[in-house]
Ligand binder design. Structure first.
Ligand code: SF4
Ligand code: SF4
Length: 345
């Protein structure tokens, strides 16, 4: 029955790292053979614009969807949410572990209290991080396990497809063998016109914040803090990333200001900022790296310095602490920070 099929979409790595490409190809080749599974390749998720055919393809998938790529699961989930690709979170047993690092400290469990997503269709959405295991077989086994689990469920087909992409635009994603062949031809420099037609359009590297609405409380601190017009509000007065390409490349300033750690920069080198699991919703939090500098600067001080640097690069005046910072009331998080400070960690 069509409704029980699982669609697996592999989001390619940026660049042409041969190890990563081999992993993608091994998974794709093996899953093509699996009954009950449809598999496709799209470009790197974070780099696709809303109207890229890869994103349209993702929006057109009816039924349960599993998206794997080179990002933390949370970053994948909320980048998809931003593009209107939603579902109830599916459980994957192959997940990134919370970082075991001396900069991570145990904190009390903090329940997610965000405003949540909207228009979530009745289907499952699974996200996988391809950096969790070096073995393609581990992903294949987990996909097959999930597919078997899905076989005993039914989903309400087609009721949530957003937009009506043209079938011919999506055709390239429906023929993974041909897609793989064309990709190999491109890598070896022998791609012809027909190969190029089945490959997705190119993407450019991008940099913008992604909001995790399971944590975001709609406090609007980010919109007040950002002086580059990135944030806005939707018709329901919910915060949203409105002009994502106005964001300053490499700068994660507003993620330090968000009191809920709800702002993700999926390509940032610090796991906590890039969406690594377990810092706030779970048990661990990267205190020194996320909220302050190695030299003892506080999170807010670092954010202000980062914002000032970008203002000056834009030919504008630095504003320091004078703009967009609320004096928020102390909460248990501040108490925790003080306790940790007193322990001189
Ligand atoms: S600062 Fe964080 S919690 Fe507040 S509206 Fe922005 S993303 Fe949401
Ligand atoms: S990183 Fe800077 S420019 Fe980008 S959204 Fe945040 S505050 Fe605005």
């Amino acid at each position: 029955m069509a409704g029980t099929r699982l669609t697996v979409v592999i989001c390619q790595a940026q660049g042409r790292n041969p190890v990563k490409r081999q992993m993608e190809e091994d998974i794709l080749t093996s899953l093509i053979m699996e009954p009950g599974i449809d598999v496709s390749l799209v470009p790197h998720l974070y780099d696709m614009s809303n109207d890229h055919t890869g994103m349209m393809f993702l929006r057109s998938v009816p039924g349960n969807l599993l998206v794997m790529g080179w990002l933390y699961e949370r970053a994948t989930q909320w980048t998809l949410d931003r593009a209107g690709v939603r579902g109830h979170e599916g459980l994957t047993l192959l997940r990134s572990e919370p970082e075991e690092d001396e900069d991570f400290e145990d904190v009390e469990k903090h329940e997610a209290r965000g405003i949540g997503s909207v228009d979530v269709p009745d289907r499952k959405l699974y996200c996988m991080d391809l950096r969790v295991s070096e073995k393609a077989q581990d992903y294949i086994n987990e996909v097959v396990r999930i597919s078997n689990e899905n076989n005993v469920q039914t989903v309400d087909l087609m009721s949530f497809i957003n937009g009506t992409p043209k079938a011919e635009q999506l055709q390239r994603y429906l023929n993974p063998e041909r897609q793989l062949e064309a990709r190999k031809a491109l890598d070896s420099g022998s791609a012809n016109v027909a190969d190029k037609e089945v490959l997705p359009e190119d993407t450019n590297r991008r940099w913008y914040p992604v909001i995790d609405y399971s944590r975001c409380t709609n406090c609007m601190e980010c919109i007040d803090f950002c002086l580059f017009g990135v944030y806005g509000v939707d018709a329901l007065d919910r915060i949203l990333v409105e002009e994502q390409d106005n964001c300053k490349k490499g700068c994660p300033a507003c993620s330090r200001v968000c009191p809920e750690n709800a702002i993700i920069f999926p390509q940032h080198k610090t796991p906590a900022i890039a969406g690594a699991d377990g810092e706030v919703g779970g048990i661990k939090i990267d205190l020194s790296k996320l909220f302050g500098g190695d030299d003892g600067a506080s999170a807010i001080e670092m954010a202000v310095l980062e914002r000032d640097r970008e203002l000056i690069l834009d030919g504008r005046e630095a504003v320091g602490m004078s703009v967009g910072l609320k004096t928020r009331e102390r909460d248990e998080f501040d108490d925790l920070m003080d306790d940790l400070d007193s322990l001189e960690l």
